[in-house]
Design a protein around this ligand. Structure first.
Ligand SMILES: C[S@@+](CC[C@H](N)C(=O)[O-])C[C@H]1O[C@@H](n2cnc3c(N)ncnc32)[C@H](O)[C@@H]1O
Length: 241
């Protein structure tokens, strides 16, 4: 095993001061920062001036650096003895492929640690006044990847539409119509409250609220797009307008 280390660091949902103290420590000490598209660029200012910064940002249709190449890059840098920060938005294990990177690095004999981050799935709704488990409305919450159809698997909509908890869809903006359609087709009332929050916790945060019947129109009128969270359930009615 080399002396290098890869820290899979959660950058938090967007606002710089929602990074953890441990995450800040790892960024300050890093020789190299390998970061994603949604990471707030201001976080890179915490790194040493001589630290290398590598953008491997991925957007919905555009994958500048393939996952396999990212894995190899991280392993190579650590084997050179470097302290590597793999900086991911939110929490590295919530739809961040941190799990795959950790497995790969371990298999390569590279030391790897995980620095959890505040996930947008909870902090995003909270930033607009939505408590995902307010006891008057929900006793659970479910975080769902909204784009799964494109990846070739369909979600179990019957099951999802009958869950009693709050639903939080990530990566769902391009599929908003399909999400609404499937929930209603599987028995969820069209009057169920929905909130959509874009760039949560950042200076340019925007949000709209409505219900399953109206949300698409509201989103279109407001001109909201990715990255955003779609919150479905009674708690969405608590959105601070
Ligand atoms: C690949 S997932 C990564 C999630 C991240 N690991 C987390 O825990 O927040 C990217 C999706 O997270 C959501 N997301 C992340 N940051 C966001 C933010 N500040 N505002 C709204 N949505 C955000 C969006 O749905 C976006 O498409």
């Amino acid at each position: 095993m080399s002396d290098g280390l890869v820290s899979l660091v959660g950058a938090g949902p967007g606002s710089v001061d929602l990074l953890t103290l441990r995450g800040k420590d790892r960024i300050e000490k890093a020789d190299v920062i390998v970061y994603d598209r949604l990471v707030n660029p201001e976080l890179l200012d915490l790194a040493r001036p001589d630290a290398q910064r590598i953008d491997v940002g991925k957007s919905a249709h555009h994958h500048p650096v393939k996952q396999r190449e990212i894995n190899d890059l991280l392993a190579r840098l650590a084997k050179e003895g470097k302290r590597v920060v793999r900086l991911k938005s939110g929490d590295p294990f919530v739809f961040g492929r941190g799990g795959e990177e950790r497995e790969y690095l371990k298999a390569q004999g590279v030391e790897v640690e995980v620095v959890p981050g505040i996930t947008s799935a909870i902090a995003g709704p909270a930033a607009v006044g939505i408590p995902v488990t307010h006891r008057d409305y929900a006793s659970s919450f479910h975080v769902i990847a909204g784009h799964r159809k494109r990846e070739g698997h369909e979600l179990d909509w019957d099951n999802i539409a009958h869950m009693e908890g709050t639903l939080v869809f990530l990566m769902g903006m391009e599929s908003l119509g399909r999400i609404v359609e499937n929930l209603v087709a599987n028995g969820m009332p069209a009057t169920t409250p929905v909130a959509v929050i874009q760039w949560a916790t950042r200076a340019d945060q925007r949000a709209v609220g409505g219900d399953l019947a109206t949300i698409e129109q509201q989103v279109e009128q407001a001109g909201l797009g990715a990255p955003a969270l779609i919150v479905v359930g009674g708690v969405a009615s608590l959105l601070d307008a």
